[in-house]
Design a binder for this molecule. Structure first.
Ligand code: SF4
Ligand code: SF4
Length: 421
C-alpha cells in the first residue's frame, strides 16, 4: 500500500499504487434539483455503447430513484453496511467545511474501502467490496417514484402537508455514470492490470484484450459502474465517450465535446468538462472554469460518497427538499453550505447556472457582462435581487461558443403560426 493524499476526505490514505495524476481530469456537475428522470441520458448511452447482445442488463448511465432505488439494487446501502462492519461506530467526519483546499469538507476519520483491511477476504485482498447477484442488476430504476414519509415508511403521504426547506415526504433522482475516479477502485483491484487511467484526461478504461473477466473490478467499484458481459467474458464500463472528449466527433469542428448522456439531458442538469490538475492531485486554480467555480469557489457541487475514498470526479448540487442527515451521508459535510448557496444564489452563481446545456461543446472559461436589475423580492425572509447579466462561454481554442442571459428571452409567435405547434 502507498500513502496518497485525498483532498475530498482531507487526509492521506492507503492506496495500492503510488499517486499519479493526469494533466487534465474529466469531471462533471449534475444539478439534482432539476432532474426529471426522463431517462434521455440513460437511453442516449445505451443506444451509443450498450445495444449489443450480452449487454441487455448493462446501463453505463442510469438514473435511480432515491432512497429505495439503486442499480444494482441497494449498491450504496450494501457497501455502507460493509464499511460500518469494518469500523463500527467510527465512520465519522471531524472538523468543519472551510476554505482550506486540502480539506474543504473537513476530515473523514473513518476507514475508506482501501483501508478496511479487517473485513478483506483473500479474494478481495486490496479493496473492500462485494459482487452483486444477477437479480440485482435486473432493473435500472426499481422503486421508481416511491416516496418515503416522515417516519421512513414507503409511499406514506403526510397529510399535514410540507414545510420548506425539507418536505415531509420525499424522493429524488440520482443520475449516475462512472466517476472516472482519481483513485479508481476498479483499477486497484484488477490482478491483470487491464484497467488504466489516461494521462491526458483522467478517463478510466478497461483494456478489452487484457481483461480475463475475473470481475475483481465489479466487486471493488463501490459505485458498481464496472460491469461483466457474459457472452464476451470480459468486463466493460463507461468510456466517457472519449472520441467526443478528444474532439473527434464529426460535429465538433475539432473541439472537445461533452458526452452523449450530457448532450441529451432534457432537464439541463448536466455539465461536463476537463479541469486542470496540479502535480499533487488538487485542481489547479482556474477561477473562471465553470466546474472549478462550482466545486471550489461557490462549493455548491459535492462529490458522491467521498468517504469511499476513490476521489470521484462526479459532483452533485444536492436536492433542497431532502432530510439533511440523508444528504450528509451521501455527499459529506458540505451539504448545508451547498444548499444555502443554491437556495440564495448570488449574482455570479445565477449567471453560471445559465451555462448548463446551451451547447454540447466543453466550456473551458466563462465571462460575465453585467446587465440591469430586473427583479427584487423577499424569499423566505431574505431579500433577493436579480440582474439580467450576460454570461459568455469560451471553448478550448479561446473562441466564444455562445452567450446567454439570466432572464429567459420571450419569443412571440408570428400571427400566421399562432395555433401551430
Ligand atoms: S466509478 Fe467505479 S468503475 Fe468508475 S473509475 Fe471509479 S471505481 Fe472505477
Ligand atoms: S436526461 Fe437529464 S433530466 Fe433526464 S433523467 Fe437524465 S439527467 Fe435527469
Amino acid at each position: 500500500m502507498s500513502k496518497v493524499h485525498n483532498w475530498q476526505i482531507g487526509r492521506e490514505m492507503n492506496y495500492p499504487y503510488p499517486q499519479v495524476f493526469p494533466r487534465r481530469q474529466f469531471a462533471f456537475v449534475f444539478n439534482i434539483n432539476r432532474c426529471i428522470a426522463c431517462q434521455s441520458c440513460t437511453m442516449a448511452c445505451k443506444s451509443t455503447w450498450t445495444f449489443s447482445k450480452g449487454q441487455e442488463h448493462m446501463w453505463w448511465a442510469n438514473v435511480e430513484t432515491k432512497p429505495y432505488g439503486g442499480y444494482p439494487q441497494f449498491w450504496d446501502a450494501k457497501i455502507l453496511d460493509l464499511m460500518e462492519k469494518a469500523n463500527p461506530g467510527n465512520q465519522q467526519w471531524s472538523g468543519k467545511p472551510s476554505d482550506d483546499k486540502q480539506k474543504p469538507y473537513g476530515q473523514f476519520d473513518g476507514k475508506t474501502i482501501f483501508e478496511a483491511q479487517n473485513l478483506l477476504t483473500p479474494d478481495s485482498a486490496r479493496v473492500l467490496g462485494y459482487l452483486p447477484t444477477d437479480e440485482e442488476w435486473n432493473l435500472p430504476n426499481i422503486f421508481e417514484d416511491n416516496p418515503v414519509g416522515k417516519r421512513g415508511v414507503r409511499n406514506e403521504i403526510d397529510k399535514e402537508g410540507t414545510t420548506l426547506p425539507e418536505h415531509k415526504t420525499w424522493f429524488f433522482y440520482l443520475a449516475r455514470i462512472c466517476n472516472h475516479c482519481s483513485y479508481p477502485a476498479c483499477l486497484a483491484a484488477c490482478p491483470r492490470k487491464a484497467i488504466y487511467k489516461r494521462p491526458e484526461d483522467g478517463i478510466v478504461l478497461i483494456d478489452q484484450s487484457e481483461c480475463r473477466g475475473y470481475r475483481k473490478c465489479v466487486e471493488a467499484c463501490p459505485y458498481k459502474k464496472s460491469m461483466y458481459r457474459g457472452n464476451t467474458r470480459v468486463s466493460e464500463k463507461c468510456v466517457a465517450c472519449y472520441p467526443r472528449v478528444e474532439g473527434k466527433d464529426p460535429e465538433s469542428g475539432g473541439q472537445p465535446m461533452e458526452t452523449r448522456c450530457m448532450a441529451a439531458c432534457i432537464g439541463q442538469i448536466r455539465m461536463q468538462g476537463l479541469v486542470k490538475m496540479n502535480n499533487d492531485g488538487s485542481w489547479a486554480e482556474d477561477r473562471y472554469n465553470p466546474l472549478y467555480y462550482m466545486v471550489h469557489v461557490a462549493k455548491v457541487a459535492l462529490p458522491l460518497y467521498p468517504q469511499f475514498g476513490t476521489e470521484p470526479n462526479g459532483y452533485y448540487i444536492p436536492p433542497r427538499w431532502v432530510p439533511r442527515d440523508y444528504l450528509k451521508q451521501m455527499f459529506g459535510p458540505g451539504v448545508d453550505n451547498a444548499i444555502e448557496r443554491y437556495s440564495y444564489p448570488d449574482r455570479e452563481l445565477l449567471a453560471v447556472l445559465q451555462l448548463f446545456r446551451r451547447s454540447n461543446k466543453i466550456i473551458f472559461r466563462y465571462e460575465i457582462k453585467e446587465g440591469p436589475k430586473i427583479y427584487e423580492a423577499t424569499l423566505r425572509g431574505r431579500k433577493i435581487t436579480m440582474y439580467n447579466d450576460t454570461v459568455i462561454a469560451y471553448g478550448q481554442n479561446g473562441k466564444e461558443i455562445f452567450r446567454t442571459q439570466v432572464e429567459e428571452p420571450v419569443h412571440v409567435r408570428p400571427n400566421k403560426h399562432a395555433n401551430s405547434i
